[in-house]
Design a protein around this ligand. Sequence first.
Ligand SMILES: Cc1cc2nc3c(=O)[nH]c(=O)nc-3n(C[C@H](O)[C@H](O)[C@H](O)COP(=O)(O)OP(=O)(O)OC[C@H]3O[C@@H](n4cnc5c(N)ncnc54)[C@H](O)[C@@H]3O)c2cc1C
Ligand code: FES
Ligand code: FES
Length: 1288
Amino acid sequence: MTLLIFLRRKLSLTGTKLGCAEGGCGACTVMVSRFNPHHNQIIHHAVNACLAPLCSLHHCAVTTVEGIGSVASKLHPVQERIAKAHGSQCGFCTPGIVMSMYALLRNSPQPSMQDMEEAFQGNLCRCTGYRPILEGYKTFGASTHSGQQLFDPSEFMPLDPTQEIIFPPELISLGKQPPRSLRFIGERVLWIQPSSLNELLELKAVYPAAKLVVGNTEVGIEMKFKNLLYPVILAPAYIQELSSIQYTENGIEFGASVTLTMLGKKLHEEVNKLPNYRTEVFQAILEQLRWFAGQQIRNVAAIGGNIMTASPISDLNPVFMAAGCKLTLTSKEGKRALQMDDKFFSGYRKTALKPEEILLSIEIPYTKKGQYFSAFKQSTRKEDDIATITCGMNVVFQQGSNIVKDIKLSYGGIAPTTVLATATCNRLIGSFRMYSEEMTLSPSAPGGMVTYRRTLAISLFFKFYLTVQHKLAQMVKPTYHLSVEDVKPNYASAIELFHVDSPTSVQLYQAVPPGQSTDDMVGRPIMHLSALKQATGEAVYCDDIPQYENGLYLALVTSTKAHAYIKSIETDDAMAVPGVVTFVSAKDLPGSNKTGPAVCDETVFADNKVTCIICKKTLLLINDGIRSNVGAIVADTQAHAQTAAKAVKISYEEIQPVIITIQDAITNQSFYQPVRTIEKGDLAKGFHESDNILEGEIHIGGQDHFYLETNCTLAVPQGEDGEMELFVSTQSASKTQALVAKALGVPASHIVCRVKRMGGGFGGKESRSTILSTVVAVAAHKVKRPVRCMLDRDEDMLVSGGRHPFFGRYKVGFKKNGKVMALDVTYYSNVGNSMDLSLSIMERALFHMDNCYNIPHIRGTGYMCKTNLPSNTAFRGFGGPQGMMVSESWISDVALCCGVPAEQVREINLYKQGEYTPFNQCLDQFTIDRCWKECVNISDFHQRKARVELYNKQHRWTKRGLSIVPTKFGISFTAIFLNQAGALVHLYTDGSVLLTHGGTEMGQGLHTKMIQVASKTLGIPTSKIHISETSTNTVPNTSPTAASASSDLNGMAVYNACQTLLQRLDPYKARNPKGSWEDWVKAAYFDRVNLSANGFYRTPDLGYDFETNSGHPFNYFSYGVAVSEVEIDCLTGSHKNLHTSIVMDVGKSLNPALDIGQVEGAFMQGVGLFTLEELRYSPQGYLYTRGPGMYKIPAFGDIPTELKVSLLRDAPNEKAIFSSKAVGEPPLFLAASVFYAIKDAITAARAESGLSGPFRLDSPATPERIRNACEDKFTKLPGTYTPWDVRV
Ligand SMILES: Cc1cc2nc3c(=O)[nH]c(=O)nc-3n(C[C@H](O)[C@H](O)[C@H](O)COP(=O)(O)OP(=O)(O)OC[C@H]3O[C@@H](n4cnc5c(N)ncnc54)[C@H](O)[C@@H]3O)c2cc1C
Ligand code: FES
Ligand code: FES
């Protein structure tokens, strides 16, 4: 059992969250403190509770978020500051971030920015964009923020380290006692913690297959995700020989259990103490450790664990191998020493150790004069990511010469083991050049990216070559009698280590007018009203609801084939798992198996046919003889349900064709209907009038929502009339209610769906959440007991779909100056195996095909590809970003073709006030020109551009790029009936107000804004108003909280309800004008006035007809402009986000703090979409990227070094509540400025190779794509290959 399960299930301490169960998100961070008797010292470490085995915590103190402070008693400064600095939106990541910061402060009460950046390497947040978290926590250090601020640091409680919880003295006395061996006997595993090395070796002889667990960061993952079971585990925690650090003649010997944090600390000390030439290897290890996992992992993971896992992408093994480290192995039979050379790794994850042997220690050598060592790691994301290629490079020169005496190049990521490039090394002795022939990869090498990896291997060697050349040139003459020419100045940046400066930021917004009443909170940057509870872990999410005494857990069983008939399902083994109660299948459905949020084209349980791979886990598959349905297992614990689910055996008969990619769908003409078209003008005329015509294509990859809280439902049967209460993490309470009612065959009035809050939604819980809720409800109905299911991260990523991948093909006609005359564009979206919301998503893509550009003759056509992937769905922007991304691609092509700067082409094509879109909607209240001007100004665009050009002239292997991109986003649901909302307001006789409306809270601060609206309308302080939840029995028939329109719609409904109540109170106010709010409410009550009112709103004048291309699809548009500057490393493809300025028109902001939070959060999500996040599928449709280990959302280190956000001033919007504008989705697309800045930098790199003109760059612009696009002598490698993965 992990510490996390123990905390949440046994102790009901639910502040610590489950985000991934694989050490990749940090939501589960706690502080573990232990006494080290050898150093007589207490050590505090941030640790991932999801990987920490409970058994490993003997004699440790665990501090959780609940332990450091609470709203009810006293907040801790780390909790207060993140909340008040607006660093908590949905709050699901917040306790983990709080605990990382807390652990840092326990060790360093005045941390530097660098300390903080390191401390947060293992924490992810999907909402905030990180900036406000860092701003809040910077206040602990010396650095300060100047200018307008969204919070007041003088309000913060000071940090008083003397007030911290002390380490329990009894644990110190226990720690001083001689260790005793421990045994824990579990259902499936025996855990033994031996007290001495001898005992360990005896046990290893008895159990040669036993695993030695130190950090459990490998074994834990293998058991959870790879279905491996290790019945005996030996934990060498007490064994001093394995934890010791000793100096030897040749270097330092580290015990195998020394953690990576300890290793780093020791090497730092040595590097600071010794001359540089002695510590070349140490410095290289420190460089690898900078990018090794997050701090929570490094705090527990051991050197021995890294070596013995024998992973081909281990970051340390190539260094150890190239350095020729000496290993000491031991067993009952005695010790032996082994050089870590090319024979040590005998195969994939295999080593030269005998089964009864263990690794005792590793000696890391000092280096000598004339010896140079470097290590490189290249990964998709710089922080906390596994390596694409990782290497250690060691060269020794003959004394006083530049003749190579010995060289060792060791690589990870190019073969099934860490390898030594021996042939190259042999040939290099005497000279110093890389032989590309040795860097071949199998055509279908796992991990894919074959061309990139081969190029990288050579490129990294080139970096090493330059590094050594530079060092040789620096050598003083008496040592080296020959002169080595130094690296050319324009090559120098190629040898700089990857480094980003600490981020700085500016936020600009319009303060409320001087006369505004202090009770009127509209327009003020007030904190998210749940932020404090979120920071203390007191905020309740769906899975935090206490378990019912008779409650059960559910796990899903899904298909492992993309397109197949189910021949049989074998559940006997599953049913034999302890604790299993039942399996649920279609025959248990009292109502209909047909379901679907928009079109009923799905089934609750799979039919006899599967149409996509969903996953291996789950339970309850059943075969009723006519149809085979995927089902679910219900058991007493989640672990039992999941074990049983894995035990279900399904046999299939595959059906052809299997359609995975958009290209497959085009080939097979596999499309959903209708095919939508919007056309305006006369295309033939437009092309005729053009000076130039070009054609191009772009593919835009999909995106996983990666809300930190996965989908979760708790269904509680009420025992009579088929009533059921559901607690769900959903954006669509009413849709959940309706679909559950349909499946259970009861009227919707018998089902109540309740939503307190979500740990993020982003569209992912708009429609796909209903499938899980329905399955859970059917199970609860069957067993007549409460049933819950919170999907694991891998399950969630497998089953719930994401943003649609798009492919755009265009033909564009333009004048010589870049003015676009005609555009014919075709969009293809990868919809998956059901329609879901894909039609509206395609329509929105088409509505945004012009972005902000006036194209006189235009036609857009949208095809929805029917594929055998899980259904894709809504995601922030809802097709808009994909639509606009294609526009920016042709704009970029036009600019490159005309040789005109891209910003000039954009500017001359921009719409003007009063012009009409391709769907004939007039652009009134048009502010893009103002946003553009301000953005050019605050970003210092023109000077910046000059600096970029100069930089590029001076640097060959790093290039900078700059781009300015506008956005226009239509506000309203394109399904007209959804543009309605309701609210219900109760006044109680004590004057308190209970507000309910149709929207759900997922972190965006909707409830906070609604309370601000009610407060202003009623004229009372926000403290008197409370929102408890969203529920279908208070406000019925609600629209999903989506389309950015929830503040507009619900705000007006709240306003209307409050107005009704005010009118009812008017007589009492008139009678007692000096009375208080409470007096008026009481007076009305005693006069028998109804103190409850509902409100309703429907957006007027909406409606669009595709047939006639007339009417208004949107109420209004939101506008914004962004400028971004990046730097790319042409040799590795890495990039740095140097600068971003954003100007966003949010009307008259209801709450600038929340709105800036939305702008920054959306922008960073867009940065993920366009530069990082890549869903990777096998050619058979199997999703490889099923967790934070392989799927990289932006981390703290990805935010622009300089970030300026400005909310456009004096831009009231008369079409929404209190002149505000929608903000949730529109800013996301502005991240395209980063993508096109990258493209600009690549253009500069290509120019060095004599390449000019348009080139294709697909999204996301990953290091692989960037490197491959920077064509040069290293990218021209021979050979062809079959891909390991395909682009869907
Ligand atoms: C989120 C995350 C990020 C990661 N990032 C990286 C990364 O960036 N780079 C990287 O290289 N790795 C990474 N890893 C992999 C892993 O953290 C490392 O390999 C780590 O060093 C393993 O150490 P451990 O103590 O946790 O191993 P454990 O899981 O405790 O053990 C791993 C294996 O080593 C064996 N073993 C341990 N000690 C001995 C011994 N003394 N003698 C014989 N066998 C022994 C065990 O039997 C087991 O097979 C990451 C893992 C996670 C979960
Ligand atoms: S839940 Fe532990 S790191 Fe994600
Ligand atoms: S606030 Fe960080 S994930 Fe939502």
